[in-house]
Design a protein around this ligand. Structure first.
Ligand code: 4D8
Length: 255
C-alpha cells in the first residue's frame, strides 16, 4: 500500500474520532480539577446498588452512542455486511470506551469524569463491583502512562473496533484488511512523533486487561440481572442491546 493511502486512512479515522468525542481536549483540561466534594461523594456512596447501576448504565449508554457514530464514519465499516457491523460493535464498544476513558482520566489523583465531575474509585462503591472498578482504574493509570495523542487514540480505538478475530464474523478477511491499514497508519503516526519504538507493542499489551474487564463486566451484569430483574429490564435499550448475552436480531446502530 502507498503512503498516500495510509495518510488517507489516518485522516479519516482521526477526523471521525474528533467529531465523535463528547468532550474536546480543552473542555477536559478545564474540567480536570472539578472534583466531587466529600458530601457529594458520600451521597453517591450511599445510593442503592440498583440506583447506581441505573446511573452507570445510562452513562455507558450515552457514551456508546458516540462510539457507534465513530464506527459509522470509519471508511469501510459501512461496507461490511450488517451482521458483521453489529458483531464488531457489540464485541468492541466497551474496549473502545475504556480506551476513550483516558481522555477523561486524571492519573495525578486517580480520578475519572463521571456526570460532569471527577471522582475516584470510592465513587463507585455502591455498585458492589470493587474488583471491576479497581481493574478499570488500573487500566486507566497504565494507559495514561503511554501519553497517547488524540491521533494515536483515534487509530488505536479504530484498530480495536475492527478486530478480525471476533466470534461469528462472516467476512473476517475484509475486517483484517481494514485493521491492517489502521495499524500501519498507527505505527506511522507513532514514528512521526519520535516516540519510543515499542509504543505500539505497549499499547497492544493492554488488550488482555481490557478483555478481562469486559468479561468481568458481563459477569457482574448477569449476576445483577438475577438479583434485580426489574431494574435490569429498565436499563437503557442501547446498554441492554450491546451487553445482552443472548443471540438476537437487534441492531445497536439504530437505537
Ligand atoms: O466520554 O460519557 O462522559 C465507566 C463509565 C467514560 C463505567 C464516560 C464512564 C466512562 C466507563 C461509568 C461507569 C467509562 C465519558 C463517563 C462514564 C468513557 C465503569 C467508568 C466518556 C468516556 C469515562 C467521560 C463501571 C462520558 C467501567 C461499569 C460498571 C457497571 C456496573 C455498569
Amino acid at each position: 500500500i502507498s503512503v498516500l493511502e495510509i495518510d488517507r486512512v489516518a485522516q479519516n479515522v482521526v477526523k471521525s474520532h474528533l467529531e465523535t468525542c463528547q468532550y474536546t481536549t480543552e473542555e477536559l483540561k478545564r474540567l480536570a480539577w472539578t472534583l466531587y466534594s466529600p458530601e457529594e461523594l458520600r451521597a453517591l456512596q450511599s445510593k442503592s446498588c440498583e440506583a447506581m447501576w441505573q446511573q452507570c448504565s445510562l452513562q455507558i449508554s450515552n457514551a456508546i452512542q458516540y462510539v457507534v457514530e465513530f464506527a459509522k464514519r470509519i471508511d469501510g465499516f459501512m461496507e461490511l455486511c450488517q451482521n458483521d457491523q453489529i458483531i464488531l460493535l457489540k464485541a468492541g464498544c466497551l474496549e473502545v470506551l475504556l480506551i476513550r476513558m483516558i481522555r477523561a482520566f486524571n492519573p495525578l489523583n486517580n480520578t475519572v469524569l463521571f456526570e460532569g465531575k471527577y471522582g475516584g474509585v470510592q465513587m463507585f462503591k455502591s455498585l458492589g463491583c470493587d474488583d471491576l472498578i479497581s481493574a478499570v482504574f488500573e487500566l486507566g493509570r497504565n494507559l495514561c502512562r503511554l501519553q497517547l495523542s488524540d491521533e494515536e487514540l483515534a487509530l488505536f480505538t479504530a484498530a480495536v473496533l475492527l478486530s478480525p478475530d471476533r466470534p461469528w464474523l462472516t467476512e473476517s478477511k475484509k475486517v483484517q484488511k481494514l485493521q491492517d491499514k489502521i495499524y500501519i497508519a498507527l505505527q506511522h503516526e507513532i514514528q512521526k512523533k519520535h516516540s519510543a519504538e515499542d509504543k505500539l507493542s505497549k499499547m497492544v499489551s493492554k488488550l488482555p486487561l481490557m478483555k478481562t474487564i469486559c468479561n468481568l463486566h458481563l459477569d457482574k451484569l448477569e449476576f445483577f440481572r438475577l438479583l434485580h430483574p426489574e431494574t435490569a429490564m429498565n436499563f437503557p435499550p442501547l446498554y441492554k442491546e450491546v451487553f445482552n448475552s443472548e443471540l438476537q436480531y437487534s441492531d445497536p446502530r439504530e437505537s
